[in-house]
Design a protein around this ligand. Structure first.
Ligand code: NAP
Length: 367
């Protein structure tokens, strides 16, 4: 392979991280020398290691004097992981071929300058394929809210709970394991108070993957209906638990929750409440969050346009008449995954098997 082909390979690797790395951009990297690929890597999940670091580790000692082909300018400042430029220099890379510059004006060119100053040959190719990978990243930089993923498990007939707010396990074990893995790279799981009242959930990451970020549990509860005896409140000392209330919620209710270790935020009730909740989450350092239900909360988030991505597990069984629709006000009954994607205005969709379920993942149009 020649250097351009190696860069094209890096673009293909980058795409494997789509959906798992946002609001970071997907990035792929290849260590290349004398027509041979020596190591490959990509940014696989938010909070996880960067593509360059993965590729350099795979190539090992053979990185010395080699070319690193990377889709995006290597980062030069310490973020969640150490700067990639340091890793590139430590590995003794002779040349760096870059697909496109960092669109963030605070970082643009910095990484490349540091490499040049250290005597590394730098070629910025400005490849359209590499620029296309970061289109969505450019938009998310401008927003003052976290990247929001809406996730739910629904029956074949589009429901997320049996009649009368009962509780049913809808997705299979494989799907539930996947969710626990996803949770490990989130800053917060968000649910409506209806879900807390109906299910008394734990909302923790119980998979084998270590937490990459401090995971908070967030409840949307304008009138403070969350019981001080529920699982979330009882374990608030172990796992951060934040409840968003309206300004007019009862003081006594707030006191009981605070005593148990819950952090209570208040926002003015009415229009704009949801937007200010997500703006506050952003101010509190949340960059990637997952809204996990229920029906009304998903509907409100979708209508407010604060959902960037959706992940829907569709089971083979049905819940029948009177069951709770997955998204209040939206008919998702007996649709194919493609039709569900259309109804939700999803683009760049991937439809895969997840054990006994079908997993539909996609991005909201315009997000
Ligand atoms: N299968 C799944 O994946 C899944 C996941 C989660 C939940 N569920 C099921 O979903 C059911 C609960 O759904 P649900 O629709 O009844 O309740 P929900 O969406 O969990 O909670 C709704 C309540 O949250 C508050 N809220 C949420 N967003 C708000 C906003 N933007 N503005 C103001 N208030 C907001 C309101 O509380 P107030 O009414 O106090 O104002 C609202 O009534 C349960 O049966 C549960 O089992 C299923």
């Amino acid at each position: 392979v020649n250097a351009e082909e190696a860069l094209a390979r890096a673009c293909a690797l980058a795409r494997r991280g789509l959906g798992d790395v946002e609001p970071n951009p997907p990035v792929g990297a290849v260590v290349w020398n004398d027509g041979q690929v020596l190591g490959e890597g990509f940014h696989g999940c938010f909070g996880g290691s960067h593509a360059e670091v993965e590729a350099l580790a795979a190539a090992g000692e053979r990185s010395r004097g080699a070319t690193l082909c990377v889709t995006l300018e290597p980062c030069s400042s310490k973020g969640k992981t150490p700067p990639c430029v340091d890793a590139v220099l430590a590995a003794g890379i002779a040349r760096v071929l870059v697909g496109c510059a960092d669109p963030d004006p605070r970082h643009q060119g910095r990484g490349l300058q540091r490499l040049l100053a250290a005597g590394v040959q730098v070629d910025l190719v400005d490849l359209p394929e590499a620029r296309a990978l970061i289109d969505r990243f450019g938009t998310s930089l401008a927003r003052r809210r976290p990247h929001v993923i809406a996730k739910w498990a629904m029956s074949r007939d589009g429901a997320i709970a049996p009649p009368r707010n009962g509780h049913a396990i809808i997705s299979c074990e494989t799907s539930r394991d996947t969710v626990h893995r996803w949770r490990a790279s989130l800053d917060a799981i968000v649910v409506g108070v209806g879900t807390v009242v109906a299910d008394d959930p734990q909302l923790t990451a119980r998979g084998s993957a270590p937490l990459l970020r401090p995971l908070r549990r967030v409840v949307l509860d304008p009138s403070l209906r969350t019981s001080p005896n529920c699982e979330l409140v009882r374990t608030a000392d172990e796992t951060p638990t934040w409840i968003f209330a309206a300004d007019d919620a009862r003081e006594q209710d707030e006191d009981l929750l605070r005593e148990a270790g819950v952090v209570v935020f208040r926002q003015p009730r009415g229009e704009g409440w949801l937007e200010s909740v997500f703006a506050t989450l952003h101010l509190q350092g949340c960059l990637r969050v997952m809204v996990e239900g229920g029906s009304h909360t998903l509907a409100r988030c979708l209508v407010a346009g604060i959902v960037d991505q959706a992940a829907i597990f569709i089971a083979e069984s049905a819940l029948g008449e009177g069951a709770l629709p997955a998204v209040e006000g939206l008919a998702l009954r007996d649709l194919t995954p493609h039709e569900v994607a259309e109804a939700l205005h999803l683009t760049d969709c991937r439809i895969t098997r997840s054990g006994d379920d079908t997993l539909l993942r996609g991005f909201r149009e315009g997000a």
